[in-house]
Design a protein around this ligand. Sequence first.
Ligand code: PLP
Length: 427
Amino acid sequence: METGFTPDKECARKLDAEDSLGKFRERFYLHEGELYMDGNSLGLCSRDAERGVLRVLEEWKTRGIGCWSEPEVPLFTFHDHLAEMTAPLLGAAAEEVTIHANTTLNIHTCVATFYAPEKGRDKILVDNVNFPTDLYAVEGQIKLKGLDPGVCMKSVESRDGMLLQEGDILEAMTEDVALILLPSVLYRSGQLLDMALITREAKSRGIPIGWDLSHSIGAVPHRFDEIKPDFAVWCNYKYLNGGPGTPAGLYINKKHFHLPSGLPGWHGNRYETQFQLKNNFEKADYAGGWQTGTQSVISMGAIEGSLGIYRDAGIENLRKKSLRLTSYLMYLIEAKLAKYGFTIANPREDSRRGGHVALVHEEALRINEALKAAKVIPDFRYPNVIRLAPVPLYVSFRDVYELVKRIEDIMEHKKYEKFEKKIGLIA
Ligand SMILES: *Cc1c(COP(=O)(O)O)cnc(C)c1O
């Protein structure tokens, strides 16, 4: 973790002056006076994403049904175009990537594809601090096989409710495990797991492994060409700024292209015979074979715009700035906020953390409400975590400085005390 910061505003000014990515901020719709620290939950809208949506809309407006096939980037194969733009973020080949549905459904199709329970080898290894939808999907898939999730779901338990120990995960990879699904970055604590080590160990035991990258894609570079997991899923609306409800992502390692899709549908058919509309499904020989039905292409226009920003900024540069922003934030928390009872729940080492800082306080729920009243957009995760994501594309070091100042003001004057301890529909 970087050190050498000072607690004064001059330090923030200096860090901004050294920041070569500062100019990307202008491409986003920021809200006057507001500090947006929630880009890990819903990334902000950019002018590029807006243009992407309008471009797709224009194709529909001007061409009618011709929009599927006539444009330079035909809307019918738009997911292939996005796969090409996404692949560098994963270090994967474009043919190993497809954009499809939502993360939950992509977990369903991957588990249905890779889970082949046998007697004595019928468990799916998960963890108890993953985002719950992942667990619901795994549970549902186990039931569809006529098995009991109480028996077939094996969960690695976090020792403190926040972090996972890689050693505990490796120990749980026993002979009865048929499949592994884990998050790359834990959504609450921000811990980045050692994906290379865990994937290597799973392979050496012959267990297929998939990763949920929802909290790492667009924040942390991935080298799938080196670690070669079996599959991965992610959403495009968090760090990737693809907009609310935009389709998600799916990676299938090329050695598995021959496998049948767990949820087959006509959009997974080979293009050559798709419109022959035959009753026998001919699965396409790449990740696109895992497509199901017609996609929400207008939403996908936003992903196109947003991925263009990633191409221009470079994921390695973004990671460097993100680590610097979060190091600076942690420094200021310790220098100015520790006295109010705050602690930091994410690991400190750069190699073990994602893009957000997990700030812990017993009054987190009410402090979170007070922050919103002070025009800071963080989010609260039950029971005591405030997540702060200074996203490198649109958050400056001065914003981080100002953020800590606003928290300090809330604590010093106990402004949180006037809020109720009640959790809203969207926390
Ligand atoms: C955000 C997130 C999801 C979201 O799933 P959707 O089906 O796209 O709503 C799933 N899993 C994890 C780990 C997440 O962080």
